[in-house]
Design a protein around this ligand. Structure first.
Ligand code: C2E
Ligand code: CA
Ligand code: CA
Length: 437
């Protein structure tokens, strides 16, 4: 064969190989390259750490600045990662805005994730700085591992575990993860039937006025009774928020609440306002208000009977106009409460901007009453600000009489907690309402 031709053939083959392993946008290795290179390193004796790094809201960046800028950004992120790690470590781009990093040798996870975060959270393209948020999943291979894909899966699981937690930049895989994932899919496999079989029930927890000592409100809390066992909302609600089943459940609970209010109104003259937890996912549905108004009317009750409770987390998404959504809800006559206030997401100016009636002070503040430290001052400040802004306050998770005394002294308006009552089944709650007229 002609030598020249043969040479061309090799070049062509190399080129094809290159294409199969190189990401044309960043010049880094691609997914295939990551698998191959990581596998090689797995044979080595050293400790190894995998980090899956994801750029948050990259899609919005692309939309806003165009694909050219988007590609440039990916290239720059790749460069920054390279600068943050050792030459012997690996970085590849695995998919759109997802990078795989593989570190060999001792690694201080706190340190490396902070370094990556610092380098990437502000990126300069041309003359302009862009602020980015990244999230990472970490898996430390401390036992012998052979299967690269299973290591990637674990790092991805660790990444998934921090979804929605805006102030947590990375998650680390731990051995109980697998157990958790199994439980998660178990819950997912039971949820549809649970609605059909009416396994969900609504309980009501009284809110007592510090001025009158009477119940003036109550919070509706969902309960899942499965074969005589209770599954805790703290376990299933986060799962439902991730897989959007919460939209169905919130609506189900809301309908139950309306039905219960209708029944109470027939028998009792004055009933307390009932507050209902609505997750962000439900609130962002296009026809949310229309749907909920329809249910309200169907049971012949009024939005004035109901308070919509949204968490602080819901209010901090910059991409949505929460003000507009909440104003429409207010216009119909519902009142609005901010749940878990002080748990770490909100800004004070949001309190002024949004049409809020009530602040629910997170239990963590209440737990610290009696301790001599700054937190108490913070609680006082929250109560003062609320007064200034004409917002009502309710303290959550109040268990002790010294907490009650303190909250009365500081002019908190309402108290909710085991000290007065646990969440009650509807019939027990109805009796409670009747006795507390
Ligand atoms: P949350 O809205 O902060 O509800 C207060 C939680 O504190 C409830 O837990 C309640 O039972 C508990 N609690 C009340 N008083 C005390 C007390 O004195 N001491 C202690 N230790 N705990 C107290 P629960 O019922 O397990 O609900 C957990 C979370 O699940 C709720 O937190 C809420 O975020 C969510 N959730 C409950 N029902 C619904 C619902 O129908 N829809 C949505 N989207 N979320 C719900
Ligand atoms: Ca709540
Ligand atoms: Ca709460």
């Amino acid at each position: 064969m002609n030598r020249r031709y043969k040479k061309l053939g090799i070049e062509k083959r190399n080129r094809l190989l290159e294409l199969a392993y190189i990401d044309p946008i960043t010049g880094l290795g691609n997914y295939n390259a990551y698998l191959a290179r990581t596998k090689e390193k797995l044979e080595m004796n050293d400790k190894k750490t995998m980090i899956i790094l994801d750029i948050d809201k990259f899609k919005s960046f692309n939309k806003k600045y165009g694909h050219m800028k988007g590609n440039e950004l990916l290239r720059r992120v790749g460069e920054e990662i390279k600068h943050a790690i050792r030459k012997t470590d690996i970085v590849c781009r695995l998919a759109n805005d997802v990078f795989g990093i593989f570190l060999v040798g001792e690694v201080d996870v706190e340190n490396i994730t902070r370094r990556l975060n610092n380098k990437i959270s502000r990126i300069k393209i041309g003359d302009i700085w862009y602020n980015l948020r990244i999230s990472m999943g970490v898996y430390i291979c401390d036992k012998e591992e052979k299967d690269v894909q299973s290591i990637i899966d674990k790092a991805i699981m660790a990444h998934d575990s921090i979804k929605g937690k805006y102030h947590v930049p990375y998650g680390v895989f731990t051995e109980d993860f697998e157990q958790k994932m199994i439980r998660e899919s178990e819950i997912e496999s039971m949820m549809e039937d649970a609605i059909k079989n009416e396994e969900f029930e609504v309980y009501y927890q009284p809110q007592i006025s510090t001025k009158t000592e009477k119940m003036e409100g109550a919070e509706a809390l969902v309960r899942w009774k499965k074969d005589e066992k209770m599954i805790s909302p703290s376990e299933f609600i986060p799962i439902f928020e991730k897989n959007y089943f919460i939209i169905k459940l919130d609506e189900y609970v809301y309908e139950r609440v309306c039905k219960n209010i209708q029944e109470m109104k027939k028998q009792i003259k004055e009933i307390p306002k009932i507050s209902v937890n609505i997750s962000k996912e439900s609130l962002l549905e296009k026809d949310f208000l229309e749907k909920y108004m329809k249910i309200t009317e169907q049971y012949g009750i009024s939005p004035n009977d109901i308070e919509i409770e949204i968490t602080e987390r819901t209010t901090v998404d910059n991409n949505i106009d929460m003000k507009e959504i909440l104003e429409e809800i207010k216009e119909k006559g519902f009142s609005i409460a901010i749940d878990d206030f002080g748990s770490g997401y909100s800004s004070l100016n949001m309190l002024e901007m949004l049409p809020i009636d009530m602040i629910k002070i997170d239990k963590s503040f209440i737990d610290r009453i009696g301790e001599k430290n700054e937190t108490i001052n913070l609680l006082e400040i929250i109560l003062l600000i609320s007064k200034k802004l004409n917002l009502k306050t309710v303290a959550e998770g109040v268990e002790k009489s010294e907490q009650v005394q303190y909250l009365k002294k500081e002019n908190c308006d309402f108290i909710q907690g085991y000290f007065y009552a646990k969440p009650l089944e509807f019939d027990a709650f109805k009796n409670y309402v009747e006795e507390n007229k």
